[in-house]
Write a protein that binds this ligand. Structure first.
Ligand SMILES: C[S@@+](CC[C@H](N)C(=O)[O-])C[C@H]1O[C@@H](n2cnc3c(N)ncnc32)[C@H](O)[C@@H]1O
Length: 385
């Protein structure tokens, strides 16, 4: 993994190799900074269960395969898989059918910290025993686990092999920073900014087109992999504004204090303007309409639900009145998701300086952050006939 980062231009190929949430179990790791996602997932649980209720039950002879796309490393993905499999077992049992064996695939980009994830997995139940014994073994996992490295914007599984796809808080990550946004000769060069939020029209168009292409690729790949009768549950950041340059919560996260911290580095002579301008966060929170257009254009899925709703703050703090804690939470939250890209772009030492400034600025604006930082999520429940 790059750590000096002096001249790493994050192209599509590099992004796939580089991008991951911060691994391990340290203070700024994703495992330690994903409680907000856990809370937001809990608020959407009924949508997930409704999606699972639509999955066609299969013969007990054939393994039932579940995938979490963009699993990252931490407990969230393990809880999700647990919920999905327990719910499916209940459905089999209440239909008087013998549950099949279950397989769970944890999938993410190759740099993901799969080691930490595997250490967090509960021990496997004894599959040498009967199925009843296995399902009754509490504190154990009743599925076969495997990791699948690769981008979800391409094929990851054999045709018609998967019963349930799940993906939470991932599809706003683009496959790449749109090329024109970091090309000095382009109208869409994002001069002075590190994110789409507050940028010009050409930048907005470049991000929007990238999102459309990426989601279309995702939908196409999954429509080949999902079994007839299978379902897919997707949740990602969304925005309520029609204007792509108003990215809502993501805009407040990456377009204000984070942006100011990059500007600090330039003002203090620690990096050049160009160095800042060639860094862009490859995140795009779509509107519901934008998301819907791509799913409809694909045409393979029945849309059971497609909604946007208020998810809450990405900052989980014990004492909202403690400005220092809020500042630290902001810096850790930004670092857990973008730290690896920042390290690659400006190196570890300057990355440390950047996040110190994010923390300071977050501390100075703690009240506003607590009041205003809200994420909206797009939730999609799709079935494949
Ligand atoms: C914010 S984390 C979400 C983790 C987890 N799903 C949760 O709910 O806590 C986003 C994850 O998406 C992954 N991701 C982003 N782009 C991806 C891609 N093209 N293919 C596969 N995974 C990707 C990242 O590596 C990261 O682990």
């Amino acid at each position: 993994m790059a750590s000096q980062g002096d001249n790493v231009v994050v192209s599509s190929v590099n992004l796939e190799k580089l991008l991951c949430m911060k691994g391990g179990k340290g203070e700024a790791s994703y495992a330690n900074n994903s409680q907000a996602q856990a809370l937001h997932a809990r608020a959407m649980l009924h949508h997930l269960l409704e999606t699972l209720d639509r999955v066609r039950l299969t013969s007990s002879e054939v393994p039932f395969q579940v995938v979490d796309l963009g699993c990252s490393s931490g407990n969230n993905t393990i809880s999700t898989i647990d919920v999905i499999i327990k719910h499916m077992i209940k459905r089999y049992e209440s239909s008087g059918l013998e549950p099949p064996e279950f397989g769970a695939f944890f999938s993410d980009l190759p740099s993901n910290d799969f080691n930490t994830l595997f250490q967090l997995l509960p021990p496997s139940a004894n599959y040498g025993g009967s199925m009843e014994e296995c399902l009754a073994a509490s504190g154990h996992r009743n599925y076969f686990a495997a990791a699948v490295p690769g981008s979800f914007y391409r094929r990851l599984f054999p045709s018609r092999s998967i019963n349930v796809f799940h993906s939470s808080f991932c599809l706003h990550w683009l496959s790449q920073v749109p090329e024109s946004v970091v090309d000095k000769r382009s109208r869409a060069y994002n001069r002075g900014r590190v994110y789409i939020h507050g940028a010009g029209e050409a930048v907005a168009e470049a991000y929007k087109q990238q999102f459309r292409k990426d989601l279309a690729d995702f939908m196409r790949a999954r429509s080949q992999e999902i079994k007839n009768g299978g379902s897919m549950f997707l949740a990602c950041l969304g925005r309520t504004s029609v204007e792509p340059t108003d990215q809502g919560g993501a805009g407040l996260l990456f377009g204000t204090h984070y942006q100011d911290a990059w500007d600090d580095l330039v003002r203090e002579g620690l990096i050049t303007r160009e160095k800042r301008d060639t860094f862009n966060i490859p995140v795009y929170a779509p509107s519901l309409q934008e998301f819907k257009e791509v799913v409809e254009a694909n045409g393979s899925y029945t849309i059971n639900k497609l909604e946007i709703f208020k998810g809450g703050s990405p900052l989980v703090v014990n004492h909202p009145d403690d400005a220092a804690e809020v500042g630290r939470a902001l810096a850790n939250s930004c670092r857990s998701v973008s730290g690896v890209l920042v390290d690659a772009h400006i190196g570890d030492r300057l990355s440390e300086e950047l996040f110190l400034r994010v923390e300071r600025r977050g501390t100075n604006h703690a009240k506003e952050l607590v009041e205003k930082l809200q994420f909206y999520h797009i939730v999609a429940s799709l079935s494949f006939a």
